[in-house]
Each structure stands twice: as C-alpha cells, then as structure tokens.
Design a protein around this ligand. Structure first.
Ligand code: DAH
Length: 335
C-alpha cells in the first residue's frame, strides 16, 4: 500500500462513517475499517514489509488513519443520538409556561393602602409583634379590668409580654419616639385567641392610621377615609360613621363604606344593608397623649384601624378567611 492508497482509504472510510444511517450501520463501518480484521490491518502489513526509509511515513499515516476514523465514528455516534432525541420531541406541542408567582391578596391590599395614604402624606411606621401590656393596653387608655386583656382573648408570654392584639400600640411607639406632627400608617400582624371560622383567625392583619397636629378634626378623619375608600373601591363610594366606644379615642366611631357592588341598594355582598362595616376610628383620647408625653392642650389627632383580611375578602370576593392562609396555589393564582 502506498501513502496515496492510504489517503484515499481514509477518504472513503470517512465518507462511509459520516453517512451511516443507523447506529448498527455505523458499528459495521467501524468494524470494517478499524476492527481486528479491518482495513487497518492492510496498512499495518504494508508498514511491516516496507523498506526502512519508508517506514516513518507509513507509520505516521497508520496513526492518522486510526485517529481520524475514530474521531469520525465518535462524531457520527453523537449526531445519531441527537437526531433520535429530536425524533421523540413533538415540535408542534404548545410550550409550557414556567410557574410565575403573584402577590398574596393580603399583601396587595396592604400595598394599596400604603400607596393611597402615601398620596395624603402618610408614611409607614412599624412596631414589634411581641408587645408590652403598656404599649398594647395601658398607654391606650385601656383599664386593667378591660375584657380584651383576659388570657382567654390574648396570647401572653411567660415573661408577661403578649402578642399584640391590634396595630394600635404602634401609635404609642411612634409618638414616644418623636414630637408632633405625626402622620403614619402601620400595617402589620395581630393575634387574638379566636376560634378559627369563616370570618375569624387567630392571626390577621390590620392597618393603623394616626394623624396628630394642631387642630386635626373629625372632618379630616372623614375626608381622608372617604378619599381612601374611593381610591380603593370606586369614585361613588360613600362613608358613614356610627357612634361607638374605644378606650383610646373620644369620640369613637365605627365606619362603613357604601357597598361597591350594588351601590347601596342592597345585595348579598352587603347582606342587603347597602353598607359594609370596615372598622373603628375616632379622635385620640387626651389620656393617650398624656401617656406619650404630648400635651392635649396643644394637639389633637385622629386614629383609625382597619382589618386587611376583611377588606381583601370583600373586594376580591373571597368567602372564607381560611383560604387566605391555606396557600393553595389554585386559589392564590386567581389574584
Ligand atoms: N384597635 C381597634 C381594633 O382592633 C381598631 C381601632 C379603633 C383602631 C379605633 C384605632 C381607632 O386607631 O381609633 O378593633
């Protein structure tokens, strides 16, 4: 065999390997050229019989033959495997969307409240979930015999502290930490020893609001809550106050929004009353100002609280508060 013969053998074999249509055909071609009785033996024979001055050239070609063909076999094997993989993949199938998360309904309402009250100049304030009885009750003018302090209703820690039962203690912490004027909202978790049912949960969320300055009035309260209600639920929503009692406000009210579904005519959402109860509010009691070192002769203020789950349920049509905590993706995906 001459070097030219070997070159053309390489060309012939490469062609055959590169066009092998199946793994079996490829293996046959490999055996035919590189196998124990394959054409490579012709070259090795020629090498053995060649005169010494030709041996070097022929040896180099024999090596080239082996490495070139082995590389061609490997490349073809990979190509055939890739083609087989594509053959089992249906390119006409619709694609699969990756799962995309969404904000929890409670978070959505809290963010809306922060945004809307932000437009009125309110900044976000924060306080701890574990509170002292002073911040949660005493400073809020809640007497020592008040039923809300009962361990049947409030979670106490061994050291006498408690899980806050409302976001109102944030009012106290904010006023203790800075002089008036103050205009804050405080969203956060609250805890009560309630038995869980469709409308109660042992932990829930409130947004607290507090506005203290010279000459803040009940009209400011009503105006600001009306602005909030209309931004949140629609431009025609009305608001109404009903007299109520809270230890930390005087006078105190409960406030309702007119039903955004029926416009006040009465429907299932508002239980045919035309109104939806939201929460409590009022003018900050002078005793609360005294507890934080503000002078009630100098400043007045209003405060309000609202239950976030309740607003989320009304606005988004959620029938059971427990759905908000089960984290069922099929539920959460709808918002
Ligand atoms: N803290 C009250 C509650 O949990 C809600 C509330 C009522 C907050 C009146 C206030 C307020 O700031 O002035 O039921």
């Amino acid at each position: 065999m001459t070097p030219d013969d070997i070159q053309s053998l390489i060309a012939e074999a490469s062609q055959e390997i590169a066009t092998a249509a199946t793994p079996a055909a490829l293996e046959a071609a490999r055996v035919k050229y590189l196998g124990r009785n394959g054409r490579v033996q012709d070259i090795l024979l020629a090498l053995r019989e060649a005169p010494p001055d030709r041996k070097r050239d022929l040896g180099r070609l024999a090596n080239e033959f082996k490495t070139a063909l082995q590389a061609a076999v490997d490349a073809r094997r990979e190509a055939l495997a890739a083609a087989a993989a594509i053959a089992t993949f249906d390119v006409t199938q619709p694609g699969r969307w990756p799962a995309v998360g969404s904000r929890h309904p409670v978070t959505q309402i809290i963010e809306r409240a922060i945004e809307i009250f932000g437009q009125l100049g309110f900044v976000v304030a924060d306080g701890p979930d574990i509170e002292t009885p002073f911040h949660n009750f005493d400073a809020l003018n809640t007497p020592s015999h008040h039923p809300s302090r009962d361990p049947k209703d409030t979670f106490y820690l061994d050291d006498g502290r408690l899980l806050r039962t409302h976001t109102s203690p944030v009012q106290i912490r904010v006023m203790q930490s800075r002089p008036p004027p103050v205009r804050i909202i405080a969203p956060g978790r609250c805890y009560r020893r309630d038995t869980t049912d469709a409308t109660h949960s042992a932990n829930f969320h409130q947004v607290e609001g507090l506005y203290v300055d010279r000459r803040v009035s009940m009209a400011d309260l009503k105006g600001d809550l009306t602005y909030f209600a209309r931004q949140l639920m629609g431009p025609d929503v009305k608001i109404r106050f009903r007299p109520h009692f809270f230890p930390f406000t005087e006078p105190s009210v409960e406030y309702d929004f007119s039903c955004h579904v029926c416009g006040g005519k009465g429907c299932r959402v508002c239980k045919h009353s035309g109104w939806i109860e939201i929460s409590g509010a009022g003018m900050v009691d002078p005793n609360v100002f005294r507890a934080v070192g503000y002078d009630p002769a100098e400043v007045t203020g209003y405060a309000f609280g609202m239950g976030i789950e309740r607003i989320a349920m009304i606005l988004l049509g959620i029938p059971d508060i427990r759905m908000l905590y089960e984290n069922d993706v099929r539920f959460l995906q709808q918002f």
